[in-house]
Write a protein that binds this ligand. Structure first.
Ligand code: PGA
Length: 417
């Protein structure tokens, strides 16, 4: 060990609550006499191939407790990590993977592994006196860049309280700086709220799990019309693009899509997408089909060509094997990157780099159950990902990610100057 400051002195985990009031894992890494903390988010509409979040079962917290995962960090992981060099991220992640010993991290839990992996990274950046994004850019050997924010304005599906089938309606405004993009999106969000309230009553401005409006509208086109109306009122009609996260696995049963009161096959759902892509400024669609419907993804991508990015989330689950398969099958040209789908930072970085090497867009994304941890902001920047999706521009666990990027924007200017 060259430098005692880089040595891991202690590892300690605890059970905390996420933004839904569901337990999750937080880990402290002690190094150089200081303590560095990270926590993991958790999904509601998860892909079936995601790494396993270890939950206790039983009566406590309705079975959702994470005391077993916490215990795994406080015993086995802590023993093995103490006195290791905190800057050896890849070695530490490989060790975590080996200690777990399963394909899907079901032994120690991806929640135990990822919280540790992220806390190690945060500690390493700090003991080296580097901003976190800078250290991640060194780990990933990528040029840092600010991502564009994809701001969530309406939500339905399993995240919403209203009637929309599509899970997420996001906007990406055009502007010169991140700061301006955030301002425009936030003004947009509030304008949309006013329109919804006026048109459908106060309950239509209620919000879903990720802070966006969750109106009692059933019809996707009606929702898109209201989004278009908000853009028109703000006189930014040609400066706002739309991204949809359909999360189609949520309304698919036995290969049929139960969508807006109809039962559609893949072809019919594809035709619906083609229709709305013609009518509205949609520039990307996430999970337009079920997580096993490779053909559906491929067909849609081939018709829309490069005009609309087809993003895989549940389809890919940040898994490098699935990304390669999607490339072979020509099913996607965009990756949602969620570190907790895979379980260690190094694997998440590898997945992101693979997608970038294929010429895809990378969308670093939060989960519906979030904490105040803003790690993904530094990750998106350090990886040079094109986009970040961190929810609505309201609620502490969402805005902390955007606020961190405001600071990174200043830091980047300073570092590049
Ligand atoms: P989840 O949401 O975190 O509930 O899986 C999916 C998403 O926001 O893409």
């Amino acid at each position: 060990m060259d430098d005692a400051r880089y040595q891991i002195e202690d590892v300690k985990a605890r059970e905390i609550l996420d933004s839904r009031g569901i337990p999750t894992v937080e880990v402290d890494i002690e190094a150089g006499g200081e303590v560095f903390t990270a926590s993991v988010p958790s999904g509601t509409s998860k892909g079936k191939r995601e790494a396993l979040e270890l939950r206790d079962g039983g009566l406590r917290y309705q079975g959702m407790g994470v005391s077993k995962a916490v215990n795994n960090v406080n015993t086995l992981i802590s023993q093995k990590l103490r006195f290791r060099d905190v800057t050896m991220q890849k070695d530490i992640d490989d060790l975590l993977i080996k200690l777990d010993g399963t394909e899907n991290k079901s032994n120690l839990g991806a929640n135990a592994l990822l919280a540790t992996s992220l806390a190690v990274c945060r500690a390493a950046a700090s003991v080296q006196k580097k901003p976190l994004w800078k250290w991640i850019s060194e780990l990933s050997r990528r040029k840092p860049a600010l991502p564009d924010p994809c701001i969530l304005v309406m939500e339905g599906g399993s995240h919403g309280k209203g009637d929309l089938e599509i899970q997420e309606f996001m906007i990406v405004p055009e502007a010169k700086s991140f700061k301006e993009k955030l301002r425009i999106s936030t003004e947009f969000y509030f304008k949309l709220g006013t329109i919804l309230e006026k048109k459908y009553g106060r309950t239509s401005a209620n919000t879903g799990l990720e802070g966006a409006f969750s109106p009692l509208i059933e019809d996707t086109e009606e929702a898109l019309d209201i989004i278009a109306q908000a853009a028109k009122k703000l006189k930014i009609k040609n400066k706002v693009k739309i991204i949809l996260d359909v999360a189609a696995s949520g309304f698919c049963q036995k290969g049929k899509y139960f969508f807006e009161g109809e039962i559609l096959n893949s072809e019919e759902l594809k035709n619906f997408y083609l229709k709305i892509c013609k009518k509205y400024p949609i520039f990307a669609i996430e999970d337009p089909f079920n997580q096993d419907d490779w053909e559906g993804f491929k067909e849609l991508k081939s018709v829309l060509r490069e005009k609309v990015t087809i993003i895989g989330d549940d389809l890919l689950t940040t898994n490098i094997g699935r990304i390669k398969e999607a490339a072979d099958k020509r099913s996607c040209n965009g990756l949602v990157l969620k570190p907790n789908q895979v379980g260690t930072l190094s694997e998440a970085i590898e997945a992101g780099k693979e997608a970038i090497s294929l010429g895809w867009e990378v969308f670093v994304k939060h989960r519906s159950g979030e904490t105040k941890d803003d790690f993904i902001s530094d990750l998106a920047c350090g990886l040079g990902a094109s986009y970040i999706m961190a929810g609505a521009p309201t609620r502490g666990e969402r805005v902390t990610k955007y606020n961190r990027l405001l600071k990174i924007e200043e830091e980047l200017t300073k570092f590049i100057a």
